[in-house]
Design a protein. Structure first.
Length: 244
């Protein structure tokens, strides 16, 4: 797999890679992260300032924090990797990907210090994917659980907080919600088709200078490295130039 071969500096600085599993984990924490309560109103308001494609990019980036945290510990790293690729591919075109289903028969273990957080993260991603495909105006609020999960897992939380604060500020400025006055309900459809694409480099590379062309080029390069014969969530093939 050619994608995600090198960990981003922000994640390395947080000491997430190879660090001991030293966070607390129990059923109460699992439930709180899966269904956050109203104590995160400010984060909710901030997330709702950004558009849907940017929200998917943020989701893929947050899931990458999970990927590197557990890469050396768990057999699920390939599954996480495939979902990250699918999220980036779906930003270009949702038809390039299949639904990110996870544990539909509820047979995956959720009680362990590693399996539990992975289950929560991938279930959050599943819900974000479901809402995105529906064009739901509630997608950004679903990202809260993933943010809180990553923060809980990260050894150097201040490093994560710094990355998140800077990232959300840039996203709100450059990729704003196209209709902040929208009535947030399951019945309202948000059309993200006209939103500009975003790429992994926007989140993790200080030297990356964003413009629509540079983002398309970077995203196209990432998608071209997806091996659809191994990634069951992706329909794209290496030989296809998916960006015009």
């Amino acid at each position: 797999m050619k994608n995600l071969t090198k960990p981003p500096k922000a994640i390395k600085k947080s000491h997430s890679i190879g660090h001991a599993i030293d966070y607390k984990w129990n059923d109460k924490i699992l439930s709180t992260l899966l269904d956050p309560n109203g104590e995160n109103d400010q984060l909710d308001k901030t997330l709702n300032k950004i558009g849907h494609k940017a929200s998917l990019g943020l989701t893929a980036s947050l899931l990458e924090w999970v990927y590197w945290r557990f890469k050396e510990y768990d057999k699920m790293s390939d599954e996480i990797h495939h979902r990250i690729e699918a999220l980036w591919s779906s930003i270009e075109n949702p038809k390039n990907t299949k639904p990110l289903d996870f544990d539909t028969d509820l047979s995956f273990p959720v009680s362990g210090f590693i399996d539990g957080p992975i289950w929560v993260a991938l279930m959050n991603v599943r819900m974000i994917d479901v809402l995105s495909r529906k064009g739901s105006s509630l997608i950004q609020s679903e990202v809260i659980g993933l943010v809180l999960t990553v923060r809980h897992l990260t050894p150097e939380k201040k490093k994560f907080d710094k990355w998140l604060k800077k990232t959300l500020s840039k996203l709100a400025n450059q990729f704003p919600n196209q209709d902040e006055q929208i009535e947030y309900s399951e019945d309202v459809i948000y059309d993200a088709s006209s939103e500009p694409v975003i790429c992994r480099e926007f989140f993790f590379s200080r030297s990356f200078k964003y413009n629509p062309d540079s983002a398309k080029k970077a995203l196209n390069n990432f998608i071209s490295n997806i091996d659809a014969t191994k990634n069951s969530f992706c329909n794209v093939k290496k030989s296809v130039n998916v960006l015009k």
